[in-house]
Design a protein around this ligand. Structure first.
Ligand code: CDP
Length: 208
């Protein structure tokens, strides 16, 4: 069974995807990490993330980079959002994601274009969202753990920037697949959101 989980930054898609993977006993791939690794690799080698050629070179990032805590920073998220605009970069990363999705037994993948581009034939698709303010609050709470001076308004502006770039890009923009169920987590606790996600997946896999 392939489960596709898409949605904007801090919507809860990563948490939900991990919980679904555990519940259904499937491997999980956070595809955002691939784009984050490309963005960080480009900058570390002195390249320009807005240049398609430089960004493509970054796709040969060393696998050890996945363990680098810098990949989880908002700065890496922004770099990811910039390199992921280039069609060349998206193409370079497709095969890796499809290979993961089509492994025997299935998989859970989360990202922006899993249900639309990477695994359009997935057995279940969720589009996880939440209000912009709620997503900024969640991200801000996370940031406060490592930076007590983190400013909510800066986080809100960053989330808005990323939403805009991700949904307005020409190649594989962030959008809900026609056959994906919408899961709005604005007013849900993590466990309620996970419970709802499991129910939606169960219903979809029975129907397809
Ligand atoms: O965790 P968060 O939602 O903040 O970010 P992420 O899922 O790690 O993704 C970081 C950035 O990578 C996004 O803003 C997208 O621009 C890009 N991305 C993408 O284009 N396609 C994907 N399948 C996953 C991420």
């Amino acid at each position: 069974m392939i489960i596709a989980v898409d949605g904007p930054a801090a919507s809860g898609k990563g948490t939900i995807a991990r919980a679904l993977a555990k519940h259904f006993g499937l491997p999980h791939l956070d595809t955002g990490l691939l784009y984050r690794a490309v963005g960080v690799a480009v900058v570390r080698s002195g390249g320009d993330p807005d240049n398609a050629g430089d960004a493509l070179v970054g796709c040969d990032f060393p696998v050890g980079l996945f363990d680098d805590p810098e990949l989880r920073s908002e700065q890496a998220g922004e770099l990811a959002s910039r390199v992921s605009i280039h069609p060349e970069v998206r193409t370079a990363l497709v095969e890796r994601q499809r290979d993961f999705a089509t492994q025997e037994g299935g998989a859970v993948l989360d990202g922006r274009d899993i249900g639309t581009v990477i695994a359009p034939d997935a057995d279940a698709k969720l589009f996880v969202t939440a209000s912009t303010e709620k997503r900024a609050q969640r991200r801000h709470q996370d940031e406060l753990k490592s930076d007590p001076d983190a400013d909510y308004n800066v986080t809100l502006a960053e989330i808005r920037d990323r939403d805009k770039r991700d949904s307005e890009r020409v190649t594989a923009p962030l959008r809900q697949a026609d056959d994906a169920d919408l899961l709005d987590t604005t007013d849900l606790t993590i466990s309620a959101a996970v419970q709802r996600a499991i129910e939606l997946v169960e219903a979809q896999k029975g129907a397809r």
